[in-house]
Design a protein. Structure first.
Length: 333
């Protein structure tokens, strides 16, 4: 077989377009993944001061997922959420919540949907179910539990934005924001990587380059970006913030629409001075590690299922034919 023909022309075209997008000074705010945001008309970087003391209590919630086995027509997934409570400069509680397993594919989603609804998920009776929805509901359930347990004045941080999966009824999120407000708890979302853009270029990179010309190179700053449309779900506000003088990166932060951004971000910044990853809240880093589903978790879940196969007398070759990764095996040959 002849060597493949490299499409240098298309590569050059893509490279040239990327150069144009990344270096263009103009543009506008956009989010290709969501149409519910009302954007600010222009970018405006503003200085930010860190609060004199951290909150008495900060909760962090994150979720993880893993594909355990894939027969293409059927998949076995696991998801789990984690909660971390930080107070007095140390972790007071670290909870990896129980793994939740689900079988998806070939109509098995009906059972998964029924389990979600039984657990309180605000879903329609015919909505589609995938692993992203399973993981996200686990996170939001854990976030609500944290709001209920948090002390007045606490922060409750979630990994990601405050715009849940479209399949979750918006009234549920509005109720969570109201619950947090009633308990004098500030719910905040911190996104490590966002699809928001400015003129087609990634927004975070644009602001990170713009900020030193407005504030000092080692100054904290924030920039208002958008609000959710009043007609779509609860009111939230989207900003970008650099939360530590040594931080290389800024992050998208979502706040309740009623929150005053500067004091809330100043309080958040007191949790973002970790030497390993400055600028990102260390309670969320801890929750992220606890929620992860690494290889040994997948192997443990599969081992338990494999034992069930043994007890049920399912032939080994039948299991192998169903779940072997044939593509990988052929690549290795």
């Amino acid at each position: 077989m002849a060597d493949p023909v490299h499409t240098e022309t298309s590569i050059d075209q893509v490279g040239a377009r990327l150069i144009s997008l990344l270096t263009s000074p103009g543009g506008g705010l956009r989010d290709p993944s969501d149409g519910s945001l009302v954007f600010e008309p222009a970018l405006s970087v503003r200085p930010l001061s860190r609060a004199p003391a951290p909150p008495a209590q900060a909760w962090a919630v994150d979720g993880g997922q893993a594909l355990v086995a894939d027969a293409r027509c059927l998949q076995v997934y696991v998801t789990r959420a984690a909660q971390v409570c930080w107070a007095g400069g140390r972790a007071m509680a670290e909870r990896a919540l129980p793994l939740q397993a689900a079988l998806l594919g070939l109509g098995e989603e009906a059972a998964a949907r029924a389990a979600l609804i039984a657990g309180g998920a605000p879903l329609g009776p015919d909505c589609t179910v995938d692993v992203n929805l399973l993981r996200e509901w686990g996170e939001w359930s854990a976030a609500r539990a944290a709001v209920l347990e948090a002390e007045p004045g606490a922060l409750v941080l979630v990994d990601g934005d405050l715009q849940p999966d479209w399949r979750l009824a918006p009234e549920w999120m509005a109720g969570l924001l109201d619950l947090a407000a009633d308990r004098r708890v500030t719910l905040m979302g911190v996104t490590k990587h966002t699809s928001l853009s400015w003129g087609g270029a990634p927004l975070l990179g644009v602001l990170e380059r713009l900020a030193p010309s407005v504030v000092g190179a080692r100054d904290l700053w924030w920039a208002p970006v958008a609000r959710t449309s009043p007609s779509v779900g609860p009111g939230t506000r989207v900003v970008v913030a650099r939360l530590d003088p040594a931080a290389r990166f800024a992050f998208r932060v979502d706040l309740p629409g009623t929150a005053d951004p500067e004091p809330a971000l100043g309080l958040l910044a007191t949790l973002c001075d970790d030497a390993a990853f400055p600028g990102y809240p260390y309670p969320l880093s801890s929750a992220d590690r606890m929620a992860a589903c690494p290889g040994w978790v997948r192997e443990e879940v599969w081992s338990r299922i494999d034992d069930m196969f043994d007890r049920a007398g399912v032939p080994a070759d039948l299991r192998d034919r169903a779940f072997a990764d044939r593509h990988r095996l052929m690549e290795r040959s």
